[in-house]
Design a protein around this ligand. Structure first.
Ligand SMILES: [Zn+2]
Length: 72
């Protein structure tokens, strides 16, 4: 389930991330993971909701999503 819009998508269309303190990093196979769908990853307003809720750094989150996107 996407943490921004709470829609259930197939895992294929979701980016898997994990939280490390107030940062988000690509999922490394352990720890607390979360999903963000491609629609939300491209939507600044929805990302800002997550940023507030989890007290993240917005530019850092955007960078990670960009990185995941280019990985395919
Ligand atoms: Zn979403």
């Amino acid at each position: 389930m996407c943490i921004a819009c709470r829609n259930r998508e197939s895992q294929h269309s979701l980016f898997r991330i994990q939280f490390e303190d107030n940062r988000v990093v690509p999922y490394r196979g352990y720890g607390r993971s979360a999903y963000i769908c491609r629609g939300c990853a491209a939507d600044r307003k929805r990302l800002q909701k997550i940023v507030k809720r989890y007290r993240l750094d917005e530019s850092q989150l955007v960078e990670v999503l960009k990185e995941l996107n280019t990985d395919g």
